[in-house]
Structure formats: C-alpha cells, structure tokens
Write a protein that binds this ligand. Sequence first.
Ligand code: HEC
Ligand code: HEC
Length: 477
Amino acid sequence: MHERTAVNPRARRGLVFATFALGAAVAYPLAVTGAPATGKPPGADAASPAATANTAAPLAGAAAKPVSGGGDGPHGALAMAKQEAALSKIVKPIAPDGRAPAGIEPTFWKAIVPADNGLTDARVALGRRLYFDPKLSKDGTVACATCHDISRGFTDRRGTSEGIGDKIGQRNAPTTLNAFLFSSQFWDGRAASLEEQATLPITNPIEMGMPDDKAVMAVIAKDPEYPKMFQAAYGRPATFDDVGRALASFERTLVFLDAPFDRFLAGDLAAIDDDAKSGWVLFNGKARCVSCHQMSSSSPIGTDNRFHNVGVSARHKDFEGLVKKAMDVLAKDSSKEALDRLALQTDLSELGRFVVTRNRSDIGAFKSQQVRNVGLTAPYMHDGSIATLWDVMDHYNKGGEANPFLDGGIEPLALTEKEIDQVVSFMFALTDVRFAEENKAEHERQRALSKTRRPLRDDAAANRKVLPFEGRAAGQR
Ligand code: HEC
Ligand code: HEC
C-alpha cells in the first residue's frame, strides 16, 4: 500500500456527496480539488485539422484511425508551430513560489518536484522549446512532440511509435499529460524520474537517434537562444542533465485533471450522465478495476504505480524462451541505455518489468497505466494492441489472456453488455474538459466501431465457472 497524503477537505466533501448520491460505498478519497471551471474547451479549432490515413495504428489497422489532429508534419504529427499555438490556448501558467497547481495536493506536489529542479518560468520556457525542437534528432524530423503530439492526446495514436528513418519501435507511446504524477516512468518503470526519462529518447537509435550527449550539446551550443536560456534557467552553462531537467519542468505543467468526473465529485451531479455514474460504481466494485487503477489523493490519475501481468503480451509470446535470451543479453550490458534499446527494439520488450528487476514474478508485467484522458489515447496497452475501450473491457471481462504469470487480480468478471457500456462511459468522463469535443467524437467513433467488431469478446470465458488456474491444475494448460 502506498501512503495516503492529506486529503483536500473540499474534495473529500465532494466525494462523500457523490458517494451518497450514488448510494455506493466508495472508500477512495480523491485529492482532485473541485477546481472551478476556467476557460472554455478550445476543442478542435484551427489547429486541429482532419485526420489523415498515415496516423493510423499499424497493429490495429484502420480500426485505430484517429479522429483528430495530425498529418501535415513529418511522421504524421501536426506541424510544430501549430502544436505550440494549440498548447498556448490550453496550458495554464505555473503557480508562483513553487506552489502546487490547482488539482494537486500541496504535500504531494512537494514530494514529486525534486529539490534541485524547482519549477520556474525560465525552466518551463526552456523545456517547452526543447519539447518541440526536431533539431534534437539526428535527421531533424523528430521532436518529443512528434510522438507526444498536442493534437493527438499528447501521444501519436499509433500502435507503436515511429522515429527517425521511419523506424517502428515495440512500444505504444503513453501520453505526457499528467505523466509527472507517476512514481516511475515508462511501461516497465525503467526510469525513476521524468528527469531521467527525458534524455533517453534523444539518444535512442530508433527514436531521435542522436549519437551521444556531446552531439546534442553541440546542437544546443550553436543555437542563438539556447545558451542564454540555459543560463537563465539553471545559472550555469548547458549540460545534458539540464536538458532532462528542463524537459521535466515543462512536463510538470501538463496538469490535465479537470474532467467532468472531477466536477461531479465536487458536487455538480449533472456533470456526468447516469451511465458514467453506474460505471464508476462498477469500476470500484464488480469490475474490480480499482484494485490496480486506484483513484486516491496520492494517485489522482488512477494507478497503483505497480506492475502487473494482465495477459496482454501472453497473446503471442513464449516467455521462457525470451527469459533465457534476456539473461544472456543482460549479463553483457544492463545499463539504462541498454535497457532502453532492449525495450524499444527487441522482442524482449514483451518481458516488461522483468528486464528491470529480473524477478520471475515480473515476467510480462507492465505499469498500471493512468486512466485519465484515456478517451484521447487509443490504441491501448504497452504494445498498442487493443483498439477501443470496449475491447479493453472485453479483455478484462474474460479474465485476460491465460499465462503462468497472470496477476491474481485478473479473473473473469461476468459483466453484461450494459455494464461494459457503463464502465466505458465512465472512462470517457475522465477526459479533461479542454478536450471535450475530441473526447465526444472519439466516444462516438469507438461506439460505432464496437458495433461492428469486438475481436476480444468472449462471453463463455467471461461467464465461465472453471478458472484458468483450475484448468492448469488439472493438467490442461
Ligand atoms: C519516436 C517516438 C517518441 C519520441 C520522439 C519520444 N517519445 Fe516519449 N515515449 C515513446 C514511447 C514508445 C514510450 C513508451 C516506451 C516504454 O515504455 O518502453 C514513451 C514514453 C514516454 C514517457 C513515459 C510516460 C509513462 O506513462 O510512463 C514520457 C514522460 C515521455 N515519453 C516523454 C518524452 C520526451 C520528453 C521526449 C523528448 C525528449 C520523448 N518522450 C520523445 C515515444 C516517443
Ligand atoms: C491486476 C491489475 C489491473 C486490473 C485489475 C485492471 N487493470 Fe487496467 N491496466 C493494468 C496494467 C498493468 C495495464 C498495462 C498492461 C499492458 O500494457 O500490458 C493496464 C492498462 C489499462 C488500460 C490501457 C491504458 C492505456 O493508455 O493504454 C485501460 C484503459 C485500463 N487498464 C482500464 C482498466 C479497467 C476499466 C479495468 C477494470 C475492468 C482494469 N483496467 C483492471 C492493470 C490492471
């Protein structure tokens, strides 16, 4: 169990009120304050042109074609200038004097901002420039914002990401929205902080592809603005570690915790519809989602910050063979750069957390992903193999994919079609109001898709009496 920090009294009142209104016993206090509605949802304005075919997810095919954003920049990303303009409309200025942003507990905020990287305007401005700068890539075509694209839910809407030279990696790009709230970064948690995470893609051979940190610093030295900006931000000449720090500072401004669900918790009972309300009760009850996707004051994004095998990789992997191979590879090199390459460029990627800890219990285990803004980030899971939230529900409903390392918390749920729709509605109520239009369009797109294809639906498994481990015990495997 992780520690629970002091709960904002207003949020607590809101939760009690909401719980009372639903008649449900919900014991998870939320620190998400009832931040007042500020600004109108900018939605898809000039900076969000129509979808293009080349942003479709390769794994899920046409099914995962996004509904908004992208297209006119390299690798299907929205052009950087347009992304920056779109960001300016939605991002809020930082709170003065290192204070916590609206929606985050002050004590929690203090714990997650490193002492040597307090948030200042100069650091955020520098990190923001770096985030959108394709010059930090070997061929000048890839920036952080290529794969964490403002117009596409701060991800790329692909199954797995495409970097320099159109090279495709093994993993799905999670959103950078609220990512600062995780206690470790990446699907396997191999980076301990945002600072540590941020420099890795720059030198990863298939992401931004810079040969080494010296090459990056040479680019920065030649730029007319960067040397001054680094001096202003950190009071010293630019270093590669400060590149990581500045990017992390910028990412700490991506606070997107003002969803209809939060307004509901704050007492606006009309903020979400009846389906979403029932979905929240199911999420905490029959569907058992909350056992890993905790919504609490120390985790307003809905993660337990732990790693579980929920059977996603089990669909196509021989774990024992991979483990043998991994042990050989790791014996030679287990540096953080080596782990990064292994995760993104080899089939050992499917071992997940195991390559970080080498504990057998971590085979095929990945971080419980956040459920915030999940309406914007299809396709889903570490390999982008699940196209819609209906498919996600089908996966959990049938008890995941059987494998020897499946988490004990994954069992058949016997959810009805109506209940599945309700949990999905709840998840779409977790998208920040600044993306309300895109979220609504995506809900409709996925609903339509779910009417024609449900590849993971298995009613017999969802309602089965014999559980997979009983089958294994009886020697059926
Ligand atoms: C080529 C596409 C690509 C580029 C460029 C890229 N990323 Fe990512 N990003 C990914 C993928 C894929 C993952 C997941 C990798 C994994 O977990 O093994 C990821 C993971 C992350 C995470 C972890 C989020 C979480 O939920 O754990 C953060 C934060 C992040 N990237 C920030 C950045 C920053 C900052 C940059 C620029 C320096 C950047 N990324 C460049 C594709 C990309
Ligand atoms: C045993 C822990 C556990 C339980 C129970 C659980 N999840 Fe997850 N969830 C995870 C993990 C771990 C991942 C990432 C798995 C992977 O990529 O292989 C995940 C991923 C997801 C994703 C994908 C997010 C993204 O951005 O790709 C969604 C959505 C999700 N879960 C929703 C739910 C819902 C809804 C329920 C209840 C029906 C649920 N989860 C139950 C652990 C769990």
